[in-house]
Structures are given as C-alpha cells and as structure tokens.
Design a protein around this ligand. Structure first.
Ligand code: PRP
Length: 214
C-alpha cells in the first residue's frame, strides 16, 4: 500500500520524537526539516527512499497494521496496551521506564481479601497483570495524572509508568511491584516484511549501527 520504492516510517510524536530523530541522524539520514519544528506531518528525507510520518503512539500501530506505513517507532507501553498484528523487530533502548503497581507509601496492598480497585491509563495491561495472578480486581480507566486516584480515595492502587520516580515521591506514593520494563521498539507491517524485506533489513541494520554509536 506504500509506494514500492519507499519505506514509510511512523514516528511517535512527543517524548520519543527527539531521540528517534537523533538515532536517524546517527544512522545517516538528514532530518533537519523535522528539527525545524514545522507543523507538517509527512516528510520525505533528502537523498533517501525514506518517508517519515508523525503520529500519536496508538495511531503508529494502527497505520503500521493497516500497511499505510511499513514501519513504526512506538513505546512498549502502547504495544502492550493495544496489541495487534505486526512484527516487533528492534528494542531501541531509549524511552526506558517501567510499568509499576503503585500506591500510598506504607500501604500493604496484598493484605486482606477484599476486591481491590485499580486505576490506570492502561486497563488492558492492568487486566492481564492481575489475570496472571488469578486476582479479581475492579479497573477504572483514568486519562492522566493517575497518581490522583489513590490520593483521592478512588482506588487502592494504580498501574502506571514510572520513569524517575519523582511523581510518586512528591505525592507520597511508592512502587509495590514492577509489572514490566518499557522502551521504544521498532515495529514492521507483516506484508511489508515480505515485499520489502531487503530495504527493511538494510534500514534495520543502519538503525542498529546508529544505536551502537552511543
Ligand atoms: C507519566 C506517568 C507518571 C510520570 C512518571 O505521566 O503517568 O505520571 O510520567 O514519571 P516520573 O517517574 O519521572 O515522575 P505523563 O507525564 O506522561 O502525564 P500523564 O500522567 O498525564 O499521563
């Protein structure tokens, strides 16, 4: 569905954007037009067969799944929450953080037999985590600043992203348990992997070389 000679890559806007651009630069691509901070969403990189598309994390997966982008760069958090059919080919290492079960410092989360209420921006990750423990929980979806939920008494705990731990600390919360490590990943459309195998392998090799420069 993408032009035959082009590799179109969907990049996640925001937190991962700068590091992805730096990696592309180290891998030999001219991304100066993206660095210039325009409001454009599709870029053709000079002297290459690569096109970049800027999208929200979950949409990166949607575009790659539907084949309108051959590859994508997206956080493992979004991959775990949304799932889908695509290859996950490379762990880029940056954007490193972890999913954690957290709550008020000093609380004994697993004590007692009542059904716990868990607030999260990631209800699917939360559901799977507790399903593996055979633990029945009520899950409430929150859109952001999830740390508020236990503080306001809405939930017994949260499943959320912890990076530096500062947000937890400044709000009197702590990690009870790590759920999963997270970092940026490269994903590839299933058909593109067959039809454009050589180009994708070449590009993956360039990214790996760019990574090893660090
Ligand atoms: C994320 C996450 C935590 C915070 C963790 O929130 O949900 O709140 O970052 O970072 P830290 O451990 O370095 O303090 P984000 O800034 O994406 O905003 P949100 O809470 O509105 O989703």
């Amino acid at each position: 569905m993408t032009p035959e000679n082009t590799i179109r890559i969907a990049l996640t806007k925001g937190r991962l954007e700068k590091k992805t651009l730096t990696l592309l630069e180290k891998s030999g691509y001219d991304v100066s037009e993206l660095r210039a901070g325009s409001r454009k969403l599709i870029f053709t990189l000079p002297d290459s067969n690569v096109e970049l598309v800027l999208a929200k994390a979950a949409d990166v997966i949607t575009y790659v799944e539907h084949g309108v982008c051959d590859m994508g760069v997206v956080g493992k958090d979004t991959i775990m929450e949304k799932g889908g059919s695509f290859y996950e080919t490379l762990d880029l290492g940056f954007g490193a953080c972890r999913f954690c079960l957290c709550g008020k410092a000093g609380d004994h989360f697993y004590e007692g037999y009542h059904t716990r209420t868990i607030a999260s921006k990631y209800p699917e990750v939360t559901r799977k985590f507790f399903a593996e423990k055979n633990m029945d929980v009520d899950i409430i979806k929150i859109e952001g600043s999830v740390e508020l939920a236990p503080l306001l008494g809405l939930a017994d705990a949260i499943v959320d992203i912890v990076e530096t731990g500062t947000t937890l600390k400044e709000n009197g919360l702590e990690v009870f348990e790590t759920v999963a490590p997270i970092s940026a990943r490269v994903i590839v459309n299933l058909a593109s992997m067959k039809m454009k195998k050589q180009k994708i392998q070449e590009l993956t090799g360039q990214l790996e070389a760019g990574l090893s420069e660090d």
